[in-house]
Design a protein around this ligand. Structure first.
Ligand code: 13P
Length: 251
């Protein structure tokens, strides 16, 4: 990764964990030692956001894994950015492929969520990524650029410091089939070029683009060496003590 951008690692716990298991994760993260030059954010299930925020060191960020597009109201089962902020969390993951593909979230809805979360002062980790059949059909660029545009159109010019983009090829998520560093770099480089052409060269240079999909302690260092890979978004491996190595992958 380019040294001007601070390395960023997200641990997306997805729908995993009990209080006891979360205590274990907090234990190994607190013991570290963690690279002070890396940003670390944990994506926590909604019902444990408050618990995790209270128990994690202040140097580790807490993210919700989703939120709705308005401040409050009759939206049973949803949580708002204002609620996430109210319990002291700072981040939200939006448009994860599981939200898109299991729960049917559209590009348009994800864009509206990004807009509202940013307007409420949350930092966002919007996710994009192609499915296997899309990659095999040669449509990777078309898919990720379309997903990215729907998000970027909703990001005010003065909010880019609150955005970390995650590229997560769907075929690599939870499958053990990590993209090779070259495959990931190829897409990251194109995403950065797209940002340069469609937003500004400055935004393209400063915005972190992180990779997700079967990142492990074994492959994280090779990925981190690539010029346009600024960190990772980690599912399964973020629940285990080895995660510390992933946070420290750029050291
Ligand atoms: P895995 O690391 O389990 O493949 O999950 C990646 C992911 O979806 C992170 O958001």
């Amino acid at each position: 990764m380019a040294s001007a951008r601070k390395f960023f690692v997200g641990g997306n716990w997805k729908m995993n964990g009990t209080k006891a298991e979360i205590d274990g994760i907090i234990g190994f993260l607190t013991a570290g030692p963690l690279d002070p030059n890396a940003d670390l954010v944990c994506g926590v299930p909604a019902c444990y956001l408050d618990y995790a925020r209270q128990k994690l060191p202040a140097t580790i960020g807490v993210a919700a894994q989703n939120c709705y597009k308005v401040a409050k109201g009759a939206f049973t089962g949803e949580i708002s950015p204002a609620m996430i902020k109210d319990i002291g969390a700072e981040w939200v993951i939006l448009g994860h492929s599981e939200r898109r593909n299991v729960f049917g979230e559209s590009d348009a809805l994800i864009g509206e969520k990004v807009a509202h979360a940013l307007s409420e002062g949350l930092k966002v980790i919007p996710c994009i990524g192609e499915k296997l059949e899309e990659r095999e059909a040669g449509k990777t660029e078309e898919v990720v650029f379309t997903q990215l545009k729907a998000i970027v159109d909703k990001i005010p010019a003065d909010k880019w410091d609150s955005v970390v983009i995650a590229y997560e090829p769907v075929w690599a998520i939870g499958t053990g089939k990590t993209a090779t560093p070259q495959q990931a770099q190829e897409v990251h480089g194109k995403l950065r070029q797209w940002l340069s052409d469609n937003v500004s060269p400055d935004v393209a240079q400063k915005t972190r683009i992180i990779y997700g999909g079967s990142v492990t302690a074994d492959n994280c260092r090779e990925l981190a060496k690539e010029a346009d890979i600024d960190g990772s978004l980690v599912g399964g491996a973020s629940l285990k003590p080895d995660f510390v190595h992933i946070v420290n992958a750029s050291q």
